[in-house]
Design a protein around this ligand. Structure first.
Ligand SMILES: *[C@@H]1O[C@H](CO)[C@@H](O)[C@H](O)[C@H]1NC(C)=O
Ligand SMILES: *[C@@H]1O[C@H](CO)[C@@H](O)[C@H](O)[C@H]1NC(C)=O
Ligand SMILES: *[C@@H]1O[C@H](CO)[C@@H](O)[C@H](O)[C@H]1NC(C)=O
Ligand SMILES: *[C@@H]1O[C@H](CO)[C@@H](O)[C@H](O)[C@H]1NC(C)=O
Ligand SMILES: *[C@@H]1O[C@H](CO)[C@@H](O)[C@H](O)[C@H]1NC(C)=O
Ligand SMILES: *[C@@H]1O[C@H](CO)[C@@H](O)[C@H](O)[C@H]1NC(C)=O
Ligand SMILES: *[C@@H]1O[C@H](CO)[C@@H](O)[C@H](O)[C@H]1NC(C)=O
Length: 429
């Protein structure tokens, strides 16, 4: 009897394991077309992965909280994560969200050649929203982690079709970085920020845009900084709302001797807090991305919690809806967490470093956004790199600081963000 039961149990276990193995393999569950030139594309995720994800969400194992630990100190509050798991399992509907994403934006897919250290073809998904204005500037939008092209969802239409027709308009191209959203993941190492830059330049040329602007943020900033080097003649300008520069040994010596400026001091303290207390996720992403991703790809709620800690401390108290955040997690979970988490390792390879590269002539806009309403006060200045440091690295022709809106200003303050982008590029029509 025992043996019999045991046999039955292992049979059903085998069936479960086999089903699970298929669903968690890193197949692209969104059917990218095999296109060699831009072709219309509709996002249509296989219900297999959505159903399996939902089962995992329903089986989410809550963590308990500990008396004496303030919210966000050790990680996201367990009760909040339980709420997410409950909302996700009962109320969240991927297919309704997918319909909106398809209706709201014009999606395309293509393939561009690999380059340098990554010679495989690179399939890409992107949104293309051309303007009807004769003075429009082609503009490539580069997101970071944990984002997809959806980071630009509130600005794509205003950039392409401003209410006031005398405002600068853009032919908007909002890509998904490979391994994010609906751009399939790299199949081997070294699709780094330089190779991505070559790929996006090839994409812009496929679209007929020989001269264009780049707007970057977060990991996309590294890509933009390489494009400034490698595609100088194609770039009308590089605009970024992000600049991360750890103080070097010389600066730290000056700081110790009280010879740095008040502005430098604030940044050094802010960035120090970020690196010492909040950047653990980054250290793991760029050292052992697979070790982490195996667990993340197996727990959709755990992956959301991993992202949510970071999003919360860098978004100035902005209240994302549960639906927005689950969509955000899911669009990075569907391709498999390793697909996108690993891009940190590429960005942080010493040979891909952008620090110390020669300054080019490309006009560069930097907007810096404060973060006063996050749970950790010192982080309010962690995005305020001193202007003199920027000027050593780039031809800064536009610089503006904002007190609020933090790390995702295109999400949290889209109107203010659009004003800066228009103003900078209108100087370069
Ligand atoms: C699972 O994978 C096996 C082997 O690759 C294949 O034969 C089977 O059809 C797959 N099952 C599903 C549900 O995709
Ligand atoms: C994609 O198309 C190219 C030619 O256009 C062909 O060589 C290749 O085998 C196709 N790949 C797949 C996976 O169908
Ligand atoms: C799509 O557009 C509608 C109407 O503007 C908006 O309510 C919704 O949030 C948008 N959804 C996405 C995913 O962009
Ligand atoms: C549109 O922009 C122009 C130039 O900045 C300005 O003079 C005009 O008042 C604006 N029109 C409206 C309706 O805001
Ligand atoms: C550092 O310099 C400032 C301004 O020159 C001065 O007010 C402050 O007392 C100095 N601090 C130390 C520890 O020397
Ligand atoms: C910076 O860009 C501006 C605008 O294109 C250009 O006029 C200037 O020569 C550039 N400066 C340097 C130092 O490259
Ligand atoms: C250190 O950084 C400062 C500020 O960007 C820069 O002026 C200086 O040249 C750098 N020193 C070294 C040795 O890289």
């Amino acid at each position: 009897m025992r043996n019999c039961l045991f046999a039955a149990a292992s049979l059903s276990l085998a069936a479960l394991v086999s089903a699970t193995t298929n669903a968690t393999s890193e197949l692209p569950y969104f059917f990218p077309p095999n296109a060699t030139s831009p072709q219309k594309y509709e996002i249509s995720v296989d219900s297999l992965i959505i159903d399996e994800t939902l089962q995992k969400v329903k089986l989410f194992r809550p963590s308990r909280s500990l008396d004496g630990v303030p919210d966000w100190e050790d990680g996201p509050p367990p009760s909040l994560i339980n709420d997410f798991a409950s909302y996700w399992s009962k109320d969240y509907d991927w297919f309704a969200v997918q319909d909106q994403i398809n209706k709201n934006f014009s999606h395309y897919a293509t393939t561009v050649p690999g380059s340098r250290n990554y010679m495989h073809p690179i399939p890409l998904h992107f949104v293309h929203e051309p303007s009807t204005s004769p003075n429009a500037i082609p503009l490539l939008l580069l997101h970071g982690w944990p984002s997809t092209f959806l980071e630009w969802q509130h600005v794509i239409h205003p950039l392409a079709h401003p209410d006031n027709s005398s405002d600068q308009s853009f032919h908007v191209v909002a890509v998904d970085l490979p391994g994010y959203g609906f751009s399939p993941a790299p199949i081997s190492t070294h699709l780094g920020p330089r190779e991505m830059g070559d790929a996006f330049d090839a994409l812009m040329k496929q679209l007929g845009y020989t001269k264009y602007g780049v707007q970057s943020t977060d990991l996309g900033w590294w890509v933009g900084m390489w494009m400034v080097q490698d595609h100088t003649d194609s770039l009308i300008g590089h605009s970024t709302d992000f600049w991360l520069q750890a103080p070097n040994a010389t600066v730290l010596e000056k700081y110790a001797a009280n010879q740095t400026t008040p502005e430098e001091n604030e940044y050094i303290v802010g960035i120090g807090e970020f690196e010492n207390y909040h950047a653990g996720y980054m250290a793991i992403h760029n050292t052992k991305p697979l070790q982490l991703s195996i667990a993340m790809s197996d727990s959709p709620v755990g992956f959301l919690a991993w992202m949510l800690q970071l999003i919360t401390i860098v978004s100035d108290g902005y209240e994302y809806t549960k639906e927005e955040l689950i969509t955000r997690a899911l669009t990075l979970y569907i391709p498999g967490a390793y697909s996108n988490i690993r891009s940190y390792k590429e960005v942080f390879y010493p040979s891909n470093s952008i620090y110390g590269l020669p300054r080019t002539t490309v006009p560069t806009a930097v907007t810096e956004w404060g973060n006063p309403d996050n749970p950790f006060p010192l982080l309010k200045n962690a995005q305020k790199a001193p202007l003199t440091w920027l000027q050593e690295a780039a031809n800064i022709t536009f610089f503006r600081q904002h007190d609020h809106c933090a790390h995702f200003p295109a999400d949290t303050c889209p109107d203010e963000w659009v004003v800066d982008v228009r103003e900078f590029f209108s100087q370069h029509v």
